[in-house]
Design a protein around this ligand. Structure first.
Ligand code: ADP
Ligand code: MP5
Length: 270
């Protein structure tokens, strides 16, 4: 049996809907062996982030060494990296172990508004991580911050942002449309040559905690299993749409998505 492996380098969400918890659930659902390197602990639930406790960079490096020197991985996804020292540490290890399938989710702000990346670290994302990325997956606000564009609302503006991020080193760019308002939510994939639109119905729900984490983790799982980027992104879109469309309804705020919906869709058991 071939075991496909994926590693998430991200923050912990004690509420289980985003961060490493969302990533590991997604890896498992897509049949990939999941591993995790913690960059920060958050005291978090569906109502917001109540505290952040960054992990010392030396210990992040030690976790990456432990996993990559022994088990190895077929793909890496990064999420919350919090500050520039952590970003530089992670970038150094990705290069040292010659990681191939790297999905960069440039997490900046939690759905409730809490910062998950200090403002000064945006430059480090661009300088150290974008050039290593097989795929970068910004949402609309993140794409604005990374590109410095005044607004990204139309398809043409999404295309312009994707081209800039590709020019700065990312091999593929997915600009996610979750923060738009149309009844159809469209993500845009760019490979440096052509644009592919991935559209789905927009669900009018507040249970979207962890959508970005889950989507990027699903892309990493697809790449780890040998899919090409386009196939992996398409599968991830179906995965996240299923997860959003069958909310669990737990907690008092922005609830998590349903990570088992994709596997169980078709049975009546989602
Ligand atoms: N309300 C929604 N209905 C359907 N799909 C959504 C909805 N919100 C987000 N998505 C999808 O979830 C994924 C994550 O997008 P987004 O929410 O923009 O990212 P983030 O969590 O980083 O802010 C994208 O594929 C997006 O199209
Ligand atoms: C530890 C951690 N990482 C990432 C997110 C972003 O979540 P979302 O995917 O909803 O933007 C989060 N809220 N907490």
């Amino acid at each position: 049996m071939t075991v496909h492996k994926a590693l998430t380098v991200a923050g912990s969400d004690s509420g289980g809907g985003a961060g490493i918890q969302a990533d590991l659930k997604t890896f498992q659902e897509l049949g990939v062996y999941g591993m995790s390197v913690l960059t920060a602990l958050t005291a978090q639930n569906t109502q917001g982030v109540h505290g952040v406790f960054p992990v010392p960079p030396e210990f992040i490096a030690q976790q990456m060494d432990a996993v990559l020197s022994d088990i190895g991985t077929d793909a890496v996804k990064t999420g919350m990296l919090f500050n520039s020292i952590i970003i530089e540490t992670v970038a150094k290890k990705l290069k040292e172990y010659n990681v191939r399938n790297y999905v960069l989710d440039p997490v900046m702000v939690a759905k409730g508004g809490a910062p998950l990346l200090v403002t000064e670290a945006v430059a480090a994302v661009k300088e150290h991580l974008l050039p290593l990325a097989t795929v970068v997956t910004p949402n609309l606000p993140e794409a604005k911050v990374l590109t410095g564009m005044e607004k990204i609302e139309t398809k043409e503006e999404m295309k312009e942002a994707a081209k800039l991020l590709h020019d700065w080193g990312a091999q593929h760019v997915v600009i996610k449309g979750g923060h738009g308002t149309d009844d159809i939510v469209t993500d845009l994939l760019y490979d440096g040559r052509e644009f592919v639109e991935l559209s789905a119905e927009r669900f009018h729900t507040q249970h979207t905690h962890g959508t970005g984490c889950t989507f990027a983790a699903a892309i990493a799982a697809g790449l780890a299993s040998g899919k090409n980027v386009r196939e992996a992104v398409k599968q991830a879109k179906v995965f996240i749409t299923a997860a959003i469309s069958h909310p669990l309804g737990i907690g008092h705020g922005h609830g998590p998505t349903n990570h088992w919906a994709y596997r169980r869709e078709g049975s009546n058991d989602v």
